[in-house]
Design a protein around this ligand. Structure first.
Ligand SMILES: Cc1c2[nH]c(c1CCC(=O)O)Cc1[nH]c(c(CCC(=O)O)c1C)Cc1[nH]c(c(CCC(=O)O)c1C)Cc1[nH]c(c(C)c1CCC(=O)O)C2
Length: 342
């Protein structure tokens, strides 16, 4: 299948493009009224994620509604622990909850390293359906959480400002943490490889909680596992690493075979460019900039684009779009990027 719009894929390979491609993290979701309407008819988030036809429909909604240059498969990073034998629930208006958490070596031993088609077949089927339905309109992104971020949820049991239970494990039982990270890493590599087979053309690794670790611990408990994922996937597709809050780790990511480094809104594009060699950079408009007037959104987007001049860039936000963002302002963001000739 020939791509009609391959700007994102070319930029993700580091090739020159006529204009900067644009998509948004969390573009498929609650900002869109058509998502909320579909979601309201279902028992919950999990039903949507686990029903491939519906997940595919929601994946394509932002391509129609926002005219972005890439689709990201509608799923969640927490499907991985679920498939390993630690199920999550998505509590309305609160977020993820694991009724059972990982506390001991026996808990880690019980976890499976599932065959992707068995444990995560519903995501792979959603990718296949989406790929067909997209009909080459835009490239399709697959994703997974970084092993440390997954460990954080599996040990803590829910979102947290501090993740102190998870962080305590790194200090008190580092060998146990490594055994858990090893199992998550093996599961994630097989899962991402299967996503590529099912149609993903780029994969992104989300290390959403990277920023809670001190740099030396980050290297030991997170970056080295991300490096293994990059090494396994880079021969297949371009890999993007997005590690929120881990600005100090850019030189480490630059040394990995990932192709793109995602920036959050606290990072300075010129500084990252200087540290990241020929990598493509992705980001990094502050999601809160989309609360401005349309004129303010345009000005902020152009200022962001100027900062990324001088190397390959994929425009995005510095984190997922917030659910109460006005989709009209998202369209202003997208149109401003598309009109830009920097
Ligand atoms: C940390 C994390 C999670 N999930 C994800 C991350 C990494 C990215 C990040 O840092 O934001 C990844 C994710 N989750 C979702 C996507 C969809 C694809 C996309 O459009 O980007 C992606 C890429 C759907 C979702 N995942 C979730 C929703 C909302 C649930 C709903 O519709 O009721 C969606 C659309 C739920 C979720 N899932 C998670 C949390 C903390 C929550 C609750 C907070 C929230 O509501 O945003 C875990």
């Amino acid at each position: 299948m020939m791509l009609k719009n391959d700007l994102f894929l070319r930029a993700a390979r580091g090739e020159a493009t006529e204009r900067t491609p644009v998509w948004l993290m969390r573009q498929a979701g609650r900002i869109l009224p058509e998502y909320r309407a579909l979601r309201a008819r279902l028992s919950g988030f999990k039903e949507l994620v686990e029903t491939p036809e519906l997940a595919a429909e929601v994946t394509i909604q932002p391509i129609d509604a926002l005219d972005v240059d890439a689709a990201i498969i509608f799923s969640d990073i927490l499907v991985v622990p679920d498939a390993m034998g630690l199920p999550y629930e998505m509590v309305e208006a609160r977020g993820p909850l694991f009724p059972e958490v990982i506390k001991s070596a026996a808990d880690v031993d019980k976890l499976r390293i599932p065959e992707p088609e068995e444990g995560l077949g519903y995501v792979l089927e959603a990718l296949r359906i989406t790929k067909k339905a997209l009909n080459g309109r835009v490239p399709l992104i697959g994703f997974a959480g970084a092993p440390f971020t997954i460990l954080a949820y599996m040990v803590e049991g829910h979102g947290s400002k501090t993740f102190s239970k998870a962080r305590a494990m790194l200090y008190r039982e580092p060998a146990l943490a490594h055994r858990l990270l090893e199992k998550i890493t093996l599961t994630t590599i097989a899962y991402l490889q299967a996503q590529v087979t099912a149609g993903a053309q780029v994969v992104q690794v989300f290390d959403s909680w990277a920023g809670i670790l001190p740099p030396a611990q980050y290297t030991e408990f997170s970056a080295r596992y991300i490096a293994r994922i990059c090494e396994a996937l880079a021969p297949l597709v371009p890999v993007t690493v997005f590690a929120k809050g881990a600005w100090w780790a850019v030189p480490e990511f630059a040394a990995m075979p990932c192709r793109t480094i995602g920036l959050d809104w606290n990072q300075d594009a010129a500084q990252v460019r200087a540290q990241a060699g020929d990598k493509t950079l992705q980001g990094n408009l502050d999601p809160c900039a989309l609360y401005g007037t349309p004129e303010q959104v345009k000005t902020a987007t152009e200022a962001m684009l100027r900062q990324f001049a001088g190397g390959p860039h994929i425009a995005n936000l510095g984190h997922g779009v917030y659910p109460d963002t006005n989709p009209d302002n998202v369209r202003v963001f997208v149109e401003t990027v598309k009109a830009w000739r920097g």
